[in-house]
Design a protein around this ligand. Structure first.
Ligand code: DP6
Length: 359
Protein backbone atom coordinates (compact mmCIF):
# COMPACT_ATOMS: atom_id res chain seq x y z
CA UNK A 1 0.00 0.00 0.00
CA UNK A 2 1.32 3.49 -0.82
CA UNK A 3 0.23 7.11 -0.26
CA UNK A 4 -2.22 7.01 -3.19
CA UNK A 5 -4.46 4.73 -1.13
CA UNK A 6 -5.33 7.81 0.98
CA UNK A 7 -6.30 10.25 -1.80
CA UNK A 8 -9.97 11.20 -1.44
CA UNK A 9 -12.31 12.52 -4.10
CA UNK A 10 -13.39 16.17 -4.26
CA UNK A 11 -16.95 16.17 -2.81
CA UNK A 12 -19.49 18.98 -2.38
CA UNK A 13 -18.95 21.12 0.76
CA UNK A 14 -21.64 20.88 3.46
CA UNK A 15 -21.68 22.64 6.86
CA UNK A 16 -20.54 20.34 9.68
CA UNK A 17 -19.01 20.48 13.15
CA UNK A 18 -16.58 17.81 14.32
CA UNK A 19 -15.41 17.41 17.92
CA UNK A 20 -12.70 14.92 18.92
CA UNK A 21 -10.42 14.21 21.82
CA UNK A 22 -7.03 12.58 21.23
CA UNK A 23 -4.48 11.48 23.83
CA UNK A 24 -0.81 12.12 24.19
CA UNK A 25 1.47 9.08 23.96
CA UNK A 26 4.79 8.06 25.46
CA UNK A 27 7.22 6.12 23.28
CA UNK A 28 8.91 3.04 24.71
CA UNK A 29 10.88 2.47 21.49
CA UNK A 30 11.85 5.96 20.34
CA UNK A 31 11.40 7.64 16.96
CA UNK A 32 14.48 9.83 16.50
CA UNK A 33 15.57 10.49 12.92
CA UNK A 34 13.40 10.84 9.81
CA UNK A 35 13.39 11.60 6.09
CA UNK A 36 10.81 13.66 4.17
CA UNK A 37 7.82 13.42 4.28
CA UNK A 38 7.84 12.35 7.93
CA UNK A 39 9.16 8.84 7.24
CA UNK A 40 10.83 7.40 10.35
CA UNK A 41 14.34 5.95 10.20
CA UNK A 42 13.32 3.21 12.63
CA UNK A 43 10.11 1.66 13.95
CA UNK A 44 8.72 2.99 17.24
CA UNK A 45 6.23 1.72 19.82
CA UNK A 46 4.27 3.66 22.43
CA UNK A 47 1.78 3.58 25.24
CA UNK A 48 -1.30 5.65 24.44
CA UNK A 49 -2.19 7.79 27.46
CA UNK A 50 -5.60 8.42 28.90
CA UNK A 51 -5.96 11.71 30.85
CA UNK A 52 -3.47 13.88 28.93
CA UNK A 53 -5.58 14.78 25.92
CA UNK A 54 -6.25 17.55 23.37
CA UNK A 55 -9.88 18.38 22.61
CA UNK A 56 -10.48 19.92 19.22
CA UNK A 57 -13.61 21.29 17.57
CA UNK A 58 -13.64 22.13 13.90
CA UNK A 59 -16.47 24.14 12.31
CA UNK A 60 -16.55 23.44 8.59
CA UNK A 61 -18.32 26.10 6.52
CA UNK A 62 -18.63 26.02 2.72
CA UNK A 63 -16.35 28.85 1.60
CA UNK A 64 -18.11 31.83 -0.01
CA UNK A 65 -15.17 32.50 -2.34
CA UNK A 66 -14.48 28.81 -2.93
CA UNK A 67 -11.06 29.32 -1.29
CA UNK A 68 -9.65 27.35 1.66
CA UNK A 69 -8.91 29.33 4.82
CA UNK A 70 -8.92 28.76 8.58
CA UNK A 71 -8.69 30.52 11.93
CA UNK A 72 -7.24 28.88 15.01
CA UNK A 73 -8.13 29.40 18.67
CA UNK A 74 -6.22 27.85 21.56
CA UNK A 75 -8.07 27.79 24.88
CA UNK A 76 -10.55 30.33 23.53
CA UNK A 77 -7.93 32.83 22.35
CA UNK A 78 -7.15 33.48 18.65
CA UNK A 79 -3.59 32.32 17.96
CA UNK A 80 -2.37 33.72 14.62
CA UNK A 81 1.21 32.70 15.55
CA UNK A 82 0.16 29.01 15.27
CA UNK A 83 -1.01 29.63 11.71
CA UNK A 84 2.29 29.00 9.83
CA UNK A 85 2.68 25.53 11.42
CA UNK A 86 -0.90 24.65 10.56
CA UNK A 87 -0.49 26.07 7.05
CA UNK A 88 2.48 23.75 6.49
CA UNK A 89 0.34 20.87 7.75
CA UNK A 90 -2.56 21.70 5.41
CA UNK A 91 -0.14 22.08 2.46
CA UNK A 92 1.25 18.61 3.21
CA UNK A 93 -2.16 16.97 3.40
CA UNK A 94 -4.24 18.87 0.81
CA UNK A 95 -3.66 16.36 -1.97
CA UNK A 96 -5.12 13.62 0.27
CA UNK A 97 -8.20 15.67 1.22
CA UNK A 98 -8.90 17.68 -1.99
CA UNK A 99 -12.44 18.35 -0.70
CA UNK A 100 -10.93 20.81 1.82
CA UNK A 101 -10.67 23.50 -0.86
CA UNK A 102 -14.37 24.24 -0.66
CA UNK A 103 -14.21 25.04 3.08
CA UNK A 104 -13.44 27.72 5.60
CA UNK A 105 -12.54 26.27 9.02
CA UNK A 106 -12.70 27.54 12.56
CA UNK A 107 -10.47 25.33 14.72
CA UNK A 108 -10.78 25.49 18.52
CA UNK A 109 -8.40 23.42 20.60
CA UNK A 110 -7.51 22.95 24.26
CA UNK A 111 -5.49 20.54 26.37
CA UNK A 112 -6.42 18.86 29.64
CA UNK A 113 -2.81 18.87 30.79
CA UNK A 114 -1.43 22.16 32.07
CA UNK A 115 -0.01 24.61 29.58
CA UNK A 116 3.79 24.90 29.82
CA UNK A 117 4.11 21.60 31.64
CA UNK A 118 6.92 20.51 29.36
CA UNK A 119 4.60 17.87 27.86
CA UNK A 120 4.62 18.11 24.09
CA UNK A 121 1.07 18.70 22.87
CA UNK A 122 1.84 18.33 19.16
CA UNK A 123 1.02 14.59 19.12
CA UNK A 124 -2.40 14.88 20.76
CA UNK A 125 -3.27 18.16 19.00
CA UNK A 126 -2.38 16.91 15.52
CA UNK A 127 -4.19 13.62 16.12
CA UNK A 128 -7.37 15.39 17.30
CA UNK A 129 -7.32 17.71 14.26
CA UNK A 130 -6.71 14.80 11.87
CA UNK A 131 -9.71 12.97 13.39
CA UNK A 132 -11.95 16.03 12.88
CA UNK A 133 -10.86 16.11 9.22
CA UNK A 134 -11.63 12.41 8.87
CA UNK A 135 -15.03 12.93 10.49
CA UNK A 136 -15.81 15.50 7.79
CA UNK A 137 -14.55 13.11 5.12
CA UNK A 138 -16.93 10.44 6.47
CA UNK A 139 -19.85 12.86 6.09
CA UNK A 140 -18.88 13.43 2.46
CA UNK A 141 -18.16 9.76 1.69
CA UNK A 142 -20.25 7.71 4.18
CA UNK A 143 -19.24 4.21 3.08
CA UNK A 144 -15.82 4.46 4.75
CA UNK A 145 -14.59 1.42 6.72
CA UNK A 146 -13.43 1.82 10.34
CA UNK A 147 -9.91 0.51 9.67
CA UNK A 148 -9.47 2.97 6.84
CA UNK A 149 -10.78 5.80 9.06
CA UNK A 150 -8.16 5.03 11.73
CA UNK A 151 -5.34 4.47 9.29
CA UNK A 152 -5.97 7.66 7.34
CA UNK A 153 -6.37 9.68 10.58
CA UNK A 154 -2.98 8.32 11.70
CA UNK A 155 -1.53 9.01 8.22
CA UNK A 156 -2.70 12.66 8.30
CA UNK A 157 -1.62 13.15 11.93
CA UNK A 158 1.86 11.82 11.04
CA UNK A 159 2.21 14.55 8.45
CA UNK A 160 1.62 17.11 11.24
CA UNK A 161 3.98 15.49 13.75
CA UNK A 162 5.51 12.03 13.44
CA UNK A 163 4.63 10.83 16.92
CA UNK A 164 1.00 11.99 16.41
CA UNK A 165 0.54 8.94 14.16
CA UNK A 166 0.59 6.88 17.39
CA UNK A 167 -2.10 8.97 19.16
CA UNK A 168 -5.18 7.63 17.36
CA UNK A 169 -5.60 4.16 18.85
CA UNK A 170 -4.52 2.34 22.02
CA UNK A 171 -3.39 0.89 24.31
CA UNK A 172 -0.07 0.25 22.53
CA UNK A 173 0.71 1.23 18.95
CA UNK A 174 3.52 0.55 16.50
CA UNK A 175 4.63 2.89 13.73
CA UNK A 176 7.26 2.10 11.10
CA UNK A 177 7.98 -0.92 8.93
CA UNK A 178 9.61 -3.87 10.65
CA UNK A 179 9.82 -7.65 10.41
CA UNK A 180 8.02 -8.39 13.67
CA UNK A 181 4.74 -6.66 12.86
CA UNK A 182 4.25 -7.67 9.23
CA UNK A 183 1.43 -5.16 8.68
CA UNK A 184 3.28 -2.20 10.24
CA UNK A 185 3.78 0.79 7.98
CA UNK A 186 5.92 3.91 7.72
CA UNK A 187 2.78 5.80 6.72
CA UNK A 188 0.61 5.23 9.81
CA UNK A 189 0.56 3.46 13.18
CA UNK A 190 -1.34 0.28 14.05
CA UNK A 191 -2.39 -1.20 17.41
CA UNK A 192 -0.05 -3.85 18.90
CA UNK A 193 -2.88 -6.36 18.64
CA UNK A 194 -4.56 -9.13 20.60
CA UNK A 195 -1.32 -10.71 21.75
CA UNK A 196 -0.54 -7.83 24.14
CA UNK A 197 -0.31 -9.18 27.72
CA UNK A 198 -3.20 -7.69 29.77
CA UNK A 199 -0.86 -6.16 32.38
CA UNK A 200 0.11 -3.49 29.82
CA UNK A 201 -3.37 -2.22 29.05
CA UNK A 202 -3.71 -0.85 32.60
CA UNK A 203 -0.12 0.38 33.08
CA UNK A 204 0.30 3.60 35.04
CA UNK A 205 2.38 6.58 33.91
CA UNK A 206 3.30 9.24 36.48
CA UNK A 207 4.73 12.23 34.65
CA UNK A 208 7.23 13.90 36.97
CA UNK A 209 7.50 17.53 35.91
CA UNK A 210 11.17 18.30 36.42
CA UNK A 211 11.21 21.29 34.09
CA UNK A 212 8.06 22.94 32.82
CA UNK A 213 9.83 25.40 30.48
CA UNK A 214 10.10 25.23 26.69
CA UNK A 215 12.87 23.04 25.37
CA UNK A 216 16.11 24.70 24.20
CA UNK A 217 16.20 22.39 21.15
CA UNK A 218 13.02 21.27 19.40
CA UNK A 219 12.33 17.69 18.32
CA UNK A 220 12.57 18.80 14.68
CA UNK A 221 16.10 20.12 15.22
CA UNK A 222 16.99 16.92 17.07
CA UNK A 223 15.69 14.73 14.22
CA UNK A 224 17.73 16.83 11.76
CA UNK A 225 20.93 16.29 13.70
CA UNK A 226 20.56 12.52 13.16
CA UNK A 227 21.38 13.04 9.44
CA UNK A 228 25.10 13.51 10.10
CA UNK A 229 25.22 11.73 13.45
CA UNK A 230 28.26 9.42 13.80
CA UNK A 231 26.19 6.72 15.56
CA UNK A 232 23.02 7.04 13.48
CA UNK A 233 23.10 3.66 11.76
CA UNK A 234 23.93 1.82 15.01
CA UNK A 235 21.07 3.65 16.71
CA UNK A 236 18.55 2.72 14.00
CA UNK A 237 19.51 -0.95 14.19
CA UNK A 238 19.52 -0.86 18.01
CA UNK A 239 15.90 0.36 17.90
CA UNK A 240 14.97 -2.66 15.76
CA UNK A 241 16.72 -5.05 18.18
CA UNK A 242 15.01 -3.37 21.13
CA UNK A 243 11.63 -3.56 19.39
CA UNK A 244 12.10 -7.32 18.96
CA UNK A 245 12.99 -7.78 22.64
CA UNK A 246 10.20 -5.52 23.84
CA UNK A 247 7.56 -7.16 21.67
CA UNK A 248 8.29 -10.63 23.09
CA UNK A 249 8.27 -9.26 26.60
CA UNK A 250 4.99 -7.42 26.03
CA UNK A 251 3.40 -10.64 24.81
CA UNK A 252 4.77 -12.71 27.68
CA UNK A 253 4.24 -10.13 30.44
CA UNK A 254 7.92 -10.46 31.43
CA UNK A 255 8.34 -7.27 33.46
CA UNK A 256 12.08 -7.60 34.19
CA UNK A 257 13.02 -7.51 30.51
CA UNK A 258 10.44 -4.77 29.95
CA UNK A 259 12.23 -2.59 32.53
CA UNK A 260 15.65 -3.24 30.96
CA UNK A 261 14.60 -2.44 27.39
CA UNK A 262 12.48 0.61 28.22
CA UNK A 263 15.24 2.26 30.25
CA UNK A 264 17.88 1.39 27.66
CA UNK A 265 15.77 3.09 24.97
CA UNK A 266 15.25 6.23 27.06
CA UNK A 267 18.96 6.63 27.75
CA UNK A 268 19.91 5.79 24.14
CA UNK A 269 17.65 8.62 22.92
CA UNK A 270 19.42 11.07 25.22
CA UNK A 271 22.81 9.58 24.29
CA UNK A 272 22.03 10.63 20.70
CA UNK A 273 21.43 14.18 21.90
CA UNK A 274 24.62 14.21 23.98
CA UNK A 275 26.67 13.04 20.98
CA UNK A 276 25.07 15.17 18.24
CA UNK A 277 27.14 17.92 16.67
CA UNK A 278 26.32 20.43 18.05
CA UNK A 279 25.43 18.42 21.17
CA UNK A 280 22.56 19.36 23.44
CA UNK A 281 21.47 18.31 26.92
CA UNK A 282 17.78 18.19 27.80
CA UNK A 283 18.01 16.22 31.03
CA UNK A 284 18.57 18.17 34.26
CA UNK A 285 20.29 17.21 37.52
CA UNK A 286 16.86 16.41 39.00
CA UNK A 287 16.15 14.03 36.09
CA UNK A 288 19.18 11.99 37.17
CA UNK A 289 18.28 12.26 40.86
CA UNK A 290 14.84 10.78 40.08
CA UNK A 291 16.37 8.01 37.97
CA UNK A 292 18.65 7.02 40.87
CA UNK A 293 15.72 6.94 43.29
CA UNK A 294 13.70 4.77 40.89
CA UNK A 295 16.55 2.28 40.59
CA UNK A 296 16.99 2.11 44.37
CA UNK A 297 13.26 1.63 44.97
CA UNK A 298 13.08 -1.12 42.36
CA UNK A 299 15.86 -3.08 44.06
CA UNK A 300 14.85 -2.47 47.68
CA UNK A 301 11.09 -2.94 47.26
CA UNK A 302 11.21 -5.53 44.44
CA UNK A 303 8.60 -3.55 42.50
CA UNK A 304 9.05 -3.53 38.69
CA UNK A 305 8.86 0.23 38.17
CA UNK A 306 10.88 1.85 35.41
CA UNK A 307 11.43 5.22 33.80
CA UNK A 308 11.34 6.58 30.30
CA UNK A 309 12.07 10.04 28.96
CA UNK A 310 10.80 11.99 25.98
CA UNK A 311 12.70 14.88 24.40
CA UNK A 312 12.89 16.85 27.64
CA UNK A 313 13.79 16.75 31.32
CA UNK A 314 10.54 15.22 32.64
CA UNK A 315 10.53 11.62 33.79
CA UNK A 316 7.72 9.18 32.95
CA UNK A 317 7.52 6.61 35.73
CA UNK A 318 5.84 3.43 34.47
CA UNK A 319 4.37 0.71 36.72
CA UNK A 320 1.67 -1.96 36.76
CA UNK A 321 -1.73 -1.03 38.23
CA UNK A 322 -1.34 -3.48 41.12
CA UNK A 323 1.48 -1.36 42.63
CA UNK A 324 -0.37 1.93 42.28
CA UNK A 325 -0.86 2.72 45.99
CA UNK A 326 2.70 1.80 46.95
CA UNK A 327 4.29 3.71 44.05
CA UNK A 328 2.11 6.79 44.54
CA UNK A 329 3.28 7.01 48.15
CA UNK A 330 6.88 6.70 46.95
CA UNK A 331 6.31 9.53 44.44
CA UNK A 332 4.79 11.81 47.04
CA UNK A 333 7.40 11.07 49.71
CA UNK A 334 10.57 10.79 47.64
CA UNK A 335 10.21 12.06 44.08
CA UNK A 336 7.93 15.12 44.23
CA UNK A 337 10.74 17.08 45.87
CA UNK A 338 12.71 16.89 42.57
CA UNK A 339 9.78 18.22 40.50
CA UNK A 340 9.24 21.88 39.64
CA UNK A 341 6.91 23.21 42.35
CA UNK A 342 6.46 19.59 43.47
CA UNK A 343 4.20 18.93 40.49
CA UNK A 344 3.48 15.64 38.72
CA UNK A 345 0.59 14.17 36.75
CA UNK A 346 -0.87 10.71 37.27
CA UNK A 347 -1.93 9.20 33.98
CA UNK A 348 -2.44 5.68 32.68
CA UNK A 349 -2.58 3.75 29.46
CA UNK A 350 -5.77 4.39 27.48
CA UNK A 351 -7.82 3.07 24.61
CA UNK A 352 -7.22 5.90 22.14
CA UNK A 353 -9.07 8.89 20.71
CA UNK A 354 -12.81 9.48 21.18
CA UNK A 355 -15.51 11.44 19.44
CA UNK A 356 -16.85 14.03 21.90
CA UNK A 357 -20.44 14.94 22.56
CA UNK A 358 -21.57 18.54 22.32
CA UNK A 359 -22.87 19.91 25.62
C1 DP6 B 1 11.57 11.89 21.53
O1 DP6 B 1 6.98 13.56 16.75
O2 DP6 B 1 7.78 15.52 18.09
O3 DP6 B 1 9.19 12.06 21.57
O4 DP6 B 1 7.85 14.47 13.60
O5 DP6 B 1 9.30 16.47 13.98
O6 DP6 B 1 6.97 16.42 14.91
P1 DP6 B 1 8.21 15.61 14.52
O7 DP6 B 1 8.82 15.02 15.86
P2 DP6 B 1 8.10 14.42 17.13
O8 DP6 B 1 9.30 13.54 17.74
C2 DP6 B 1 9.07 12.75 18.87
C3 DP6 B 1 10.36 12.36 19.47
C4 DP6 B 1 10.27 11.62 20.77
C5 DP6 B 1 10.20 10.11 20.56
C6 DP6 B 1 8.89 9.51 20.17
O9 DP6 B 1 7.81 10.04 20.52
O10 DP6 B 1 8.93 8.44 19.54
Amino acid sequence: MDENHFIAKKGTPIPFTAFWEAPSNIALIKYWGKTAPQIPKNPSLSFTLSSSVSQTEVFFQPSKLGKFDFTFYFEGIPKPDFKPKLQTFFKRIESYIPWIHGFELIIKSKNTFPHSSGIASSASAMAALALCLMDMETQLFPSMETDFFHQKASFLARLGSGSAARSIQGPVTVWGENKIFSKASNLYALPFGEELHPVFSTYQDAILLVDKGTKAVSSSQGHDLMHQHPFASQRFSQAVTNLEALTSTMKAGDLDTFVDVVELEALSLHAMMLTSNPYFILIKPNTLAIIEKIREFRVSQKVPICFTLDAGANVHLLYPLEFKAQVNTFIEEELAVFCEKGQYLLDQVGEGAKKCNFV
